[in-house]
Ligand binder design. Sequence first.
Ligand SMILES: Nc1ncnc2c1ncn2[C@@H]1O[C@H](COP(=O)(O)OP(=O)(O)OP(=O)(O)O)[C@@H](O)[C@H]1O
Length: 197
Amino acid sequence: MNDPGQPRLVATDLACRRGDRVLFRSLSLSVNSGEALHVTGANGIGKSSLLRIVAGLLTPFAGKVASKGMIGLVDERPALDPELPLGKTLDFWRGIDGAATDGEALTALGLEPLLDIPVRYLSTGQRKRAALARLMSQGAPIWLLDEPLNGLDRDAVAMVEGLVAGHCKAGGLAVIASHQPVAIEGLRELALEEYAA
Ligand SMILES: Nc1ncnc2c1ncn2[C@@H]1O[C@H](COP(=O)(O)OP(=O)(O)OP(=O)(O)O)[C@@H](O)[C@H]1O
């Protein structure tokens, strides 16, 4: 039985329709504190749509999502002002999030040498790491990560896998949509398949 004080995510009988296409139907998932779920499937199958539904950014065609704990989402659109130096835009979010772990996140993600560089000049992998730093400083127990390993080199992939594993070990939970293999102990898989009407 899950402790009522711990984060939890439950989706029941979800259906998702985009345009005139049903992407999935009767999809349920449950992720408890300490667990990570890897959502896999072909391009366009609906992984990002599922994460957006779980985050409350997209209304499901059917079904419902219940969550306990704040949700943090990292996707292809990091909310980092492209004109500002990285340090300043992370400071902006730290002011809003009010969390005190930013220094830890910067070190963990190797971002300290990049703080004076405008976000628009950062490489794909650097920008991804910056978005993860913002997520870490947010202090949300529920992490929704859409392709978090895209653009990362091998060392950075291992670093992010370690951060997610550490987050779960500390009582958080994570849902990761990724084409790439994700090496996290105990990771469960939810494989999305083509929906046949
Ligand atoms: N706003 C929209 N209106 C209509 N269709 C959309 C919209 N956004 C996405 N789609 C379609 O929904 C389908 C699923 O998209 P989604 O981004 O969820 O897939 P995905 O599994 O994350 O893909 P990828 O692996 O390529 O990132 C795609 O066919 C896409 O074209």
